[in-house]
Ligand binder design. Structure first.
Ligand code: HEM
Length: 532
C-alpha cells in the first residue's frame, strides 16, 4: 500500500522509542529510573530530583477533557476515490477529479457514554470523516441516522443534559432508559422521528463496518459558475447495514465492551478493509418549497423515491492509527470546515453547530493552536497572520504579522488573501429578526409514521420491544403516560402495546401532539404541497 500525502506528513512526527537510551525531556541521559533521589537510604525524597519531578508532572497532566458528547470513539485512516465528476454541481476539487485519491480520517463514536463506556448500547453512532483535500480540510461530521432529535441548536444543551447520566447520581451510563430522557422527548415532540430510528435496530449496529452514515443537514453545492444546489450526504457500507438484536447487544456489552473497536481494528489488521460508498441527494434551489416539509428541517429526510441517492465515490479504511491519543483523541472535526464548492444552508441546527465545535475544541485541545496537531493539519500549505497562543509550534519569520502592509509585501513574511479563495454563497436573506420557528417546521409525526409503516413485522416487533424496555425503566408515572400518548401520534397500536407493557393507560386516540404555532408566521404556510 503506497503512502498518501497525509501518511507522508504524519511520518515526520512519528517517533520510535524502542531500544533508545532514556533521557529527560531536556535530552539529559537518565542513569536511574527506579529509585527517587533521597537524603539517606531511608530518608525523604529530594525536590532536586528533576527526573522524578518531570516524570511525575507529565503523568499528572496526561488526561485532557473527554468530548462533551461522542466521548467514546474509534478511528482509522483511509482514502476516498471518486467514481464520477460532480463538476456540474460543485467546484470542490476532490469531487471533480476522478484521478485523485483523497486521504481521509474517520472517527466512529457513541454519543452518550463516557470515554470508557460499552460500545453496543442503544445509541446514535457518530460517523465523522475528515477529507484532507488539496484545497483544505473538509469535514463531514455525520451520524448513522439521517435525522436528529431537535430542529434548533439552542436546544442541544438541554437534549444532552437529558440524555447524559443524571447529575445527582451519575446513573444510568450510556443508556437512553431514564426519566429525564423520556421527559425531554415528550416535551420536545420534534424528536418523534429520531426516536423511531433510535428504537429501531439502527440503534444497535452490528459493526462500524456495517453502518450507514448521514450528513443529516441540507448543505449546498456551488459550481464554478456560482450556481447552487441543495445536497444531502450519505455513506452506504459495501457490506450492507446490519444490526445486533437487543439480547446480543446486552450480552456483548458485558463480555466485550470494546466489541466495535475490536471488530474495526481486526478487520483492518487482516486487510479486510471496510468500504463505504458516498451518495448524494441533489435538489435544485428552485425546488426548495415543493415538499410538505421544510428542506431546512433536520428532523426530516428527503424521500429517496423523490430525490434518489446518487452514488459518486468510495472510501476505504486501510490503516489503523499508530497512537490513539495523538490521533483519535486529538482529532478535531467541525461542520464549519468546508472547501470551495461546499457551503451551508440556513438549517437552524447546522447554524448552531458552526459555533459549537471550535468553541469546545478550544478548551478540549488547549487553546487556539490545535490546527497544528499533526492529525488536524491540512496536507496543503496553510499561511495567515494568526500568531502566538498556548502550544504554538510554528516559528513564523519576520516582524510583520498583519495585513495590509507595505513593509513585507515583497517578502514571504506575511500572507494576503488570494483570488479563487473560498467565497460564501451569496444567498438573498431578508426578514424581521424573530425568535420563532417557521410553521413549515411544525409537522413532527408524518415522517415518524412513514418510518413505522415502512418496517417489516420483525422490525416492528423489535421497535415495540425497545420502547417497552426503555419506557419501562421510567419511574415517573406522568412521564411514562406522556411518552405513550406522544407515540399514539405515530401509531395507535404501537402506543397501546407500549402502554400495556409499561403499566400506562392505553391511549384512545392520536391527538396529544404538542405543536407550538409561531404567532408571527401563523397566517402564512410557506411550504406548498408537492405538485405531483
Ligand atoms: C461531537 C455539538 C449535532 C455529529 C460534538 C461535540 C460537540 C457537538 C460540542 C464534541 C466535539 C469535540 O469535542 O471535538 C453539537 C451541537 C449539535 C450537534 C451543538 C446541534 C446543535 C450533531 C449532529 C450530528 C453530530 C446533527 C450528526 C449529523 C457529531 C459527531 C461528533 C460530534 C460525529 C464526534 C466527532 C468526533 O468523532 O470527534 N458535537 N452536535 N452532532 N457531533 Fe455534534
Amino acid at each position: 500500500m503506497g503512502k498518501n500525502r497525509k501518511d507522508e506528513q504524519l511520518e515526520q512526527f512519528r517517533v520510535d522509542d524502542r531500544n533508545k537510551k532514556m533521557t529527560t525531556n531536556q535530552g539529559v541521559k537518565v542513569s536511574e529510573d527506579e529509585f527517587s533521589l533521597k537524603a539517606g537510604l531511608r530518608g525523604p525524597t529530594l525536590m532536586e530530583d528533576f527526573h522524578f519531578r518531570e516524570k511525575m508532572t507529565h503523568f499528572d497532566h496526561e488526561r485532557i477533557p473527554e468530548r462533551v458528547v461522542h466521548a467514546r470513539g474509534f478511528a482509522a485512516h483511509g482514502e476516498f476515490e471518486l467514481y464520477e465528476s460532480m463538476e456540474q454541481y460543485t467546484k470542490a476539487g476532490f469531487l471533480c477529479d476522478t484521478s485523485m485519491k483523497t486521504p481521509v480520517f474517520v472517527r466512529f463514536s457513541t454519543v452518550v457514554g463516557s470515554k470508557g463506556s460499552a460500545e453496543t448500547v442503544r445509541d446514535v453512532r457518530g460517523f465523522a470523516t475528515k477529507f484532507y483535500t488539496q484545497e483544505g480540510n473538509y469535514d463531514l461530521v455525520g451520524n448513522n441516522m439521517p435525522v436528529f432529535f431537535i430542529q434548533d441548536a439552542i436546544k442541544f444543551p438541554d437534549l444532552v443534559h437529558a440524555i447524559k447520566p443524571e447529575p445527582h447520581n451519575e446513573m444510568p451510563q450510556a443508556s437512553s432508559a431514564h426519566d429525564t430522557f423520556w421527559d425531554f422527548v415528550a416535551n420536545n415532540q420534534e424528536s418523534a422521528h429520531m426516536i423511531m430510528w433510535l428504537m429501531s435496530d439502527r440503534g444497535i449496529p452490528r459493526s462500524f463496518r456495517m453502518m450507514e452514515g448521514f450528513g443529516v443537514h441540507t448543505f449546498r453545492f456551488v459550481n464554478a459558475k456560482g450556481i447552487a444546489h441543495f445536497v444531502k450526504f450519505h455513506w452506504k457500507p459495501v457490506l450492507g447495514a446490519h444490526s445486533l438484536v437487543w439480547d446480543e447487544a446486552q450480552k456483548i456489552s458485558g463480555k466485550d465492551p470494546d466489541f466495535h473497536r475490536r471488530d474495526l481494528y481486526d478487520s483492518i489488521e487482516s486487510e479486510d478493509f471496510p468500504e463505504y460508498e458516498l451518495g448524494v441527494q441533489i435538489l435544485a434551489e428552485a425546488d426548495e418549497f415543493t415538499f410538505d416539509f421544510d428542506v431546512l428541517d433536520a428532523t426530516k429526510i428527503w424521500p429517496e423515491e423523490d430525490v434518489p441517492v446518487k452514488i459518486i465515490g468510495k472510501m476505504t479504511l486501510n490503516r489503523n492509527v499508530d497512537n490513539v491519543f495523538a490521533e483519535t483523541e486529538q482529532v478535531a472535526f467541525h461542520t464549519g470546515h468546508v472547501v470551495p464548492g461546499i457551503d451551508f444552508t440556513n438549517d437552524p441546527l447546522l447554524q448552531g453547530r458552526l459555533f459549537s465545535y471550535t468553541d469546545t475544541q478550544l478548551i478540549r485541545l488547549g487553546g487556539p493552536n490545535f490546527h497544528e496537531i499533526p492529525i488536524n493539519q491540512p496536507v496543503c500549505p496553510f499561511h495567515n497572520n494568526q500568531r502566538d497562543g498556548y502550544n504554538r509550534m510554528t516559528i513564523n519569520k519576520g516582524p510583520v504579522s498583519y495585513h495590509n502592509n507595505f513593509l513585507a509585501s515583497n517578502t514571504p513574511a506575511t500572507s494576503s488573501p488570494e483570488e479563487g479563495g473560498f467565497e460564501h454563497y451569496q444567498e438573498k436573506v431578508e426578514g424581521r429578526i424573530v425568535r420563532n420557528r417557521s410553521d413549515s417546521f411544525k409537522d413532527h409525526f408524518s415522517q415518524a409514521t412513514l418510518f413505522w409503516n415502512s418496517m417489516s413485522n420483525v422490525e416492528k416487533e423489535h421497535i415495540a420491544e425497545a420502547f417497552c424496555f426503555e419506557i419501562g425503566k421510567v419511574k415517573n408515572k406522568s412521564v411514562k403516560q406522556q411518552s405513550v400518548d406522544m407515540f399514539a401520534n405515530v401509531n395507535l397500536e404501537l402506543a397501546k402495546v407500549i402502554a400495556d407493557s409499561v403499566g400506562a393507560n392505553p391511549p384512545t386516540s392520536s391527538g396529544s401532539a404538542i405543536t407550538k404555532a409561531s404567532p408571527a408566521l401563523s397566517q402564512e404556510n410557506m411550504v406548498k404541497k408537492p405538485s405531483t
